[in-house]
Design a protein. Structure first.
Length: 135
């Protein structure tokens, strides 16, 4: 079992970590044993607003370890992005970034995922509310 707080932005060392109001918690059950455990991945945001016809840019990061076994977060390159359960042509670049364009048909709530269960064990998610463009 494992968990991360606020997209891995805080160092979590066991159950003694204090959770505060407004914290985001990602919990998971590991499928594989150390050192072959899956990676923790997280987008740089949990939720955002977007406007139809305008691109948004999000970044995806993947956990790893440095030479002293400290957790580090590196860009998650080549991640295929899923929107509302549908595969897309969007793929993260070498910096873990991807630009996504929502059209008028996507007004309302949308979910952006990275689904590759051979590589991850947490489901990174961004909730996007798309509004009609003011242009």
């Amino acid at each position: 079992y494992g968990y991360q707080v606020n997209g891995g932005k805080e160092s979590v060392m066991g159950l003694a970590h204090e959770i505060e109001d407004g914290d985001y918690i990602d919990a998971a059950i590991y499928e594989n044993y150390y050192p072959d455990t899956e990676s923790y991945t997280a987008f740089d945001v949990y939720a955002l607003d977007a406007y139809s016809g305008r691109e948004i840019e999000i970044s995806l990061y993947e956990s790893g370890y440095d030479d002293e076994w400290n957790t580090v977060f590196l860009p998650c390159e080549g991640a295929k992005i899923t929107i509302n359960g549908d595969e897309t042509e969007y793929v993260t670049d070498e910096d873990g970034k991807v630009s996504v364009l929502f059209e008028e048909a996507a007004l309302g709530f949308n979910e952006i995922f990275f689904l590759d269960f051979n590589r991850i064990f947490f489901l990174p998610l961004v909730l996007v509310v798309v509004f009609s463009s003011a242009d």
